[in-house]
Design a protein around this ligand. Sequence first.
Ligand code: SF4
Ligand code: SF4
Length: 480
Amino acid sequence: MPRIYIDGRPIDADAGQTVMQAAVAAGIEIPAFCWHPNLSVSGSCRVCAVQVEGRSWVEISCNMPVAEDLKVLTDTDLVRAYRKSILELTTLNHPVDCGICDKSGECTLQDYHYEHNGKPSNSRDVKVHATKFHHLSERITLDNERCILCSRCVRFTHEISKTKSLGIVNRGDHSLVRASEDGAFEHDAYSDNVVDICPVGALLSRAFLYKSRVWYLEPTPSVCPGCSRGCTVDLWHRKAEWKLRALDPAKNVAIERVTPRDNPAVNGPWTCNKARDLPAFFERPRAVQAMLAGKPVATLEAIEAARSLVACARNPVALVSNWGSNEELAAFAQALAARFTVRVKTDWAPQPGEVVEDAILIRADKNPNTAGACSRFPAMDDPAAKLPDGCDLVLAWGEGFDLTRVPRGARLVVLDAWRDPGHENADVFIPTSIQTERDGSYTNFQGVTSGFKACFAKPEAAVHAEELFAALGVRESVPA
Ligand code: SF4
Ligand code: SF4
């Protein structure tokens, strides 16, 4: 374990680390554009230069191996002058259109300019112009004038998503990031990660383009329910103090964008594009009306009817959701499991056109909590089979249940959050809350449990399943 010194501070580095890695591990910040902890070293931006004690020149720290007794200085006159010159060069042809750039507020170039340079451009030459709004894919647009050619995006497609779908063409001032002509970037299931890792506003999500300034938004920690990997994510939505008054009030309870929440145990700093599309998934039409045999009733009345059916049934079967949180499943186990034959059903199967499984993150099980549900209850042996004839009540929780599987004469109670015409065929239908409206946790296929938080209020008529199960199991007041 070599001991190095950064600005006089002793650090026990790991053999094989670079000075940049040792500094990051010790919480010391060295500026970097092209270096990324999960990508190979390219050493092209030069802004991470440091000075080794006793030497009269600077060297890049991202490619400098640690060695016993190495003494590194990050803030000498030479280092400061060099960084300033790098910032001058990097911004030489930059359009400085921060006023309209989506990256404003979280742009590394903006931050470093003020920290290490802060001066107007010295150049009297006309800036070199390049393509604005280059169509890189249906999901991503590229502004070549803002691109600082750090190659992070290129290395991402070579090293992480493995599509090798981006490259840099031409030389010098004419260099441009471009997608390969075989269309591989369009089909790269992880392409949106390049928007996050681009240190400037060159790569932009078309779904988020000009939708909001980032300082109007705040993140809520959550878990992508798109498959059993359970990637941890941040759901970005409007801050309460920036609520809109004049425009559509739905904007105040909308997810504006989704970004990965770095989690080495599950997904690292990445997600697949399905997580980015969660806003549309969560904004599907909701079920907000309780019903008895298709007739609208108050939610309390529906809960009371469900409770009577549960109390009277002789041979009830419960199909629990593998989208239920661990907390909801525990509430079901405590309040109701003893009354039912319980089986875990599969709410979602792979959809046409989606990547079923790969060797990166995506799993074939398109449900977030199969492991959590199956640790408490057995899974259905044959998800397509009819339920046993002797069963006189079916309680179906969640999506993906085919009503034709209910045995003739059996009563049906359905709990679901999303609108579905089939709900009218249930004896009792009760609308429930969704993941963005309650706290909870899922356990992924590896046994790692990740929590999510509520960011919006539930619709008034919907109930939290956790409270509903408690209410169905005991004779006391019920939630509404
Ligand atoms: S588009 Fe962004 S990530 Fe890609 S090379 Fe340019 S600055 Fe780097
Ligand atoms: S790999 Fe699975 S959990 Fe992760 S972002 Fe994609 S769909 Fe969501």
